[in-house]
Design a protein. Structure first.
Length: 538
């Protein structure tokens, strides 16, 4: 079974939507969609024919290409390290970001195939999203109608909001509460994110927003610690306890995952060995490593020797992230990258180089996890790993050609760190970069708040592993509530509440399709509105 022209065209079309949508969604919410389930089901509906097994294999190959493209925004650092450095007034050059993205993503794909046999066959880790995609394809291909319908509605709402302004961006409460963001955003995408995150995750985000924007923000204004009630002024302080919560919670999980990562190093010896991925994969890994070193040197100023050394924690982070994705369906690529960033900053690397070292780790880990989700789906339906590998490598190159121009368009039209494009992940990267530059960069009282956030994050993660499992808020989601506008959190909560009725009406896999349509519809319409605004501005 090989890649046919129709399979490639379908994968590219879906990949463009995923890559563009993930740039937009990531810069607005901090989330991005792996798309394994949605791309598989939609590819099956679009390709049709070929018998049940043949359609499942073709759809999985198209999904492999599409999801590889969709992971590039994370692999290239477009959601975290790159805008984080831009917020410090040091935007990396585009050519270097292209090299970094292609290199880190290529390295991630190569490592995924080196780890495939151990993780998927020997240890039989489930990679639940991959299994879900395969099961939906094996039982019955779903219609694309729910996705297309929700996409059209979402695009129409967004066009009226971002175009003539017929629909407001948010319904805000009057007075001071509205100035602090109390209300609900008019955003189909945010509602869809809430549906995918679920009630527990959305409740944690909402609780974080309530504490931050209804509790801490008014206190900051009364004390004079923050001069104005705008989102920019308040978020510059609130991001510190938010970052502390996210990093504290992640640290506990990462220690466990890194402890289990040692065995994965043995799999890297299979590169170039008979029975392993083969010498071609060793060549891919070397070429990707060279591109990564050149890219991180040009983008972040990390010295060549230090960039080569940064590949070591990147490999460890990739193994840890892959194991986490296999066991829990959660890939903590960003958290691992920030752990590397913090370690490099503590070693005196400086703001830019430390962020670069973290970006390499986060990028390779994100791409490898997506590749393994796809490989798990392929193993279930009988897709050849070699064909999936070719699709994934093609997706790396094509995704870079899509994601980076989309990022430039959005940032040029809407700015970074604004209420329209809050870039919560980038704020975390900027925060650690500021620490690497010296603690004097922190606002008054923010250092204490960050330390308290770390302690609370660690405590929540540890307690959640005992009798209180499932009863406590997620430290990561709680922290996210601190760094997105309050009306964003309200829209996410609404989506979580609507998820149950939508799932019952749409059936198995239907919720994911409706949510994906809403995300794609708003992303495409918002990009079109940004392009029009950019042309008018020029």
């Amino acid at each position: 079974m090989s890649l046919t022209p129709s399979t490639v065209l379908t994968g590219v079309a879906l990949g463009v939507l995923l890559a563009a949508g993930n740039v937009y969604m990531g810069l607005r919410t901090g989330f991005w969609e792996i798309g394994v389930v949605t791309a598989s089901v939609l590819a099956a509906a679009l390709l049709g024919g070929g018998g049940r097994r043949g359609r499942a294999v073709d759809a999985t190959l198209a999904q492999s290409l599409a999801t590889s493209m969709g992971a590039i925004p994370a692999a290239a650092g477009l959601l975290g390290a790159v805008p984080g450095l831009a917020l410090l007034g040091r935007p990396p050059p585009a050519w270097a970001v292209v090299l970094l993205g292609a290199g880190a993503a290529g390295l991630g794909v190569a490592l995924a195939h080196a780890l495939r046999r151990r993780l998927l066959e020997d240890e039989a880790l489930p990679f639940p999203s991959g299994v879900a995609a395969a099961e939906l394809l094996a039982t019955r291909g779903r219609s694309a109608r729910p996705l297309l319908a929700s996409g059209l509605v979402s695009a129409a709402v967004t066009a009226l909001r971002d175009g003539p302004g017929t629909i407001p961006a948010a319904l805000l409460a009057p007075g001071t509460a509205g100035a602090l963001g109390a209300g609900i955003a008019i955003s189909p995408m945010l509602v869809a994110v809430g549906a995918l995150v679920g009630v527990a995750g959305a409740a944690s985000i909402g609780l974080g927003a309530l504490v931050a924007w209804a509790g801490i923000a008014p206190a900051l204004l009364r004390s004079g610690a923050v001069a104005g009630a705008g989102f920019g002024e308040l978020s510059a302080w609130l991001l510190w306890p938010g970052v502390g919560l996210m990093l504290g919670g992640a640290a506990v999980a990462l220690v466990r995952d890194l402890a289990a990562a040692g065995g994965g190093l043995l799999d890297l010896a299979s590169l170039g060995r008979r029975g392993g991925p083969g010498w071609a994969w060793a060549a891919v890994a070397i070429a990707a490593a060279v591109a990564t070193v050149a890219g991180v040197h040009g983008a972040f100023g990390l010295g060549v020797a230090a960039a080569v050394l940064a590949l070591v924690p990147a490999v460890l982070a990739t193994i840890a992230c892959a194991r986490s994705a296999g066991r829990t369906d959660v890939a903590p690529a960003g958290e691992l990258g920030q752990a590397v960033q913090a370690a490099a900053g503590a070693a005196g690397a400086g703001a830019g180089p430390a962020a670069g070292a973290g970006a390499v780790a986060a990028g390779a880990a994100a791409q490898a996890s997506v590749a393994l989700w796809s490989l798990r789906a392929g193993a279930r339906v009988g897709a050849p790993p070699a064909a999936q590998a070719r699709a994934q490598l093609a997706g790396v190159l094509l995704g870079s050609a899509v994601a980076i121009p989309v990022y430039a368009l959005l940032v040029g039209a809407r700015g970074l760190g604004t209420a329209a494009l809050p870039a919560p992940t980038a704020l975390r990267w900027r925060a650690l970069a500021e620490v690497a530059s010296g603690a004097s960069a922190l606002p008054r009282g923010a250092a204490v708040a960050a330390i308290a956030g770390v302690a609370l994050g660690v405590a929540l993660e540890l307690l959640a592993r005992g009798r209180l499992a499932g009863r406590l808020p997620s430290a990561g989601a709680l922290g996210l509530g601190f760094v997105v506008p309050a009306h964003y959190a309200a829209a996410i909560a609404l989506g979580a509440l609507l998820a149950g009725p939508v799932r019952r009406r749409a059936g198995e896999g239907g919720l994911e399709g409706v949510a994906a349509g809403a995300i794609a519809g708003e992303s495409v319409a918002a990009l079109a509105a940004s392009a029009v605004a950019a042309l008018r501005g020029g």
